[in-house]
Ligand binder design. Structure first.
Ligand code: NAP
Length: 259
């Protein structure tokens, strides 16, 4: 299916690896030109080169911390008028809420709520003027079914979710959509790291801990960044213009509710 985004420009944050890379690669396969970002330069350049080679689109790699004002200035200078924006950054660390002071909370809120809001604010009026815009925020299944030791993520991302629910309805009439894509468990460095930490905490081996996690996923496996990316690309397609203000859970059936 042609997604109708050939030649459109997309900013994909946090895209040197994992879910962000999956989104960038899928958008590029459908012909979008990219500006991709992460803090580490080496992996980012390698990803940019891989996508250029595989998809023949233009890819600019901007190595910066998207959670800082300076980082966002660099990113927007490379692509001031994106048609597509995929918001993403690392998730906050797990832990016990008693140990989180104000500074730790502000860091999580900055990264997982205020940073996407700043980028939406900087790009949405251009999208409105051009009568096409697709914004996807990578959040987490934890927004729908909170994970106790990821309280920083549950809290900060819920704030973003509430904000998006309001603003998406203000811009929908201009063919600008804003949706949140909620990953369940996808095998990326982030999940690998969290699994190693939890294995150590519980005295299990890594493989035993993986088995425990898989036990909660009806699909019997973790998701792949490629699957996640294809979903993101569809949300960014011309065909998805009537789909907005939604929270799309991608979790292999892990969430147990009917709705
Ligand atoms: P990942 O494999 O660790 O990849 C994160 C990507 O974001 C990397 O490219 C990283 O590169 C970049 N990044 C991190 N912090 C950044 C920053 N401040 N500025 C710019 N780039 C930054 O993680 P992932 O699994 O793809 O997760 C992506 C998001 O989904 C995270 O917020 C995570 O919490 C959330 N999530 C993931 C899962 C899962 O199962 N994987 C489940 C629920 C939620 P650098 O480190 O070089 O900057």
């Amino acid at each position: 299916m042609d997604l109708g985004i050939r030649g459109k420009s997309a900013i994909v944050c946090g895209a040197s690896k994992g879910l962000g890379k999956g989104c960038a690669a899928a958008l590029a396969r459908d012909g979008a030109n990219l500006v991709i970002n992460s803090r580490g330069r080496e992996a980012l350049e390698a990803t940019a080169e891989e996508i250029r080679r595989d998809c023949g689109v233009m890819v600019a790699a901007i190595a910066c911390d998207v959670t800082t004002p300076e980082g966002r200035v660099q990113l927007l200078a490379a692509c001031p008028n994106p048609d597509i924006l995929v918001n993403n950054a690392g998730g906050p660390p797990p832990g016990d809420f008693r140990e989180w002071d104000r500074e730790i909370w502000l860091k999580a809120i900055n990264a997982n709520m205020l940073t996407p809001i700043e980028l939406i604010k900087a790009t949405v009026d251009g999208m409105i003027a051009r009568k096409f815009g697709r914004i996807v925020n990578i959040t987490s299944g934890a927004v729908k079914a909170p994970i106790a030791d990821l309280g920083l993520s549950n809290g900060a991302r819920s704030g973003l979710t509430g904000f998006v629910a309001g603003i998406a309805r203000q811009v929908a009439q201009h063919n600008v959509t804003i949706n949140n894509l909620l990953p369940g468990r996808f095998m990326t460095d982030r999940l690998r790291g969290n699994t190693e930490t939890n294995a150590k905490k519980t005295g299990r081996s890594f493989d035993e801990q993986v088995k425990v996690l898989l036990g909660g996923i009806p699909a019997g496996r973790f998701g792949t960044p490629e699957e996640f990316g294809e979903f993101c690309a569809f949300l960014c397609s011309a065909q998805a213009g009537f789909y907005t203000a939604q929270n799309v859970l991608l979790d292999g059936g892990q969430y147990p509710g009917t709705f």
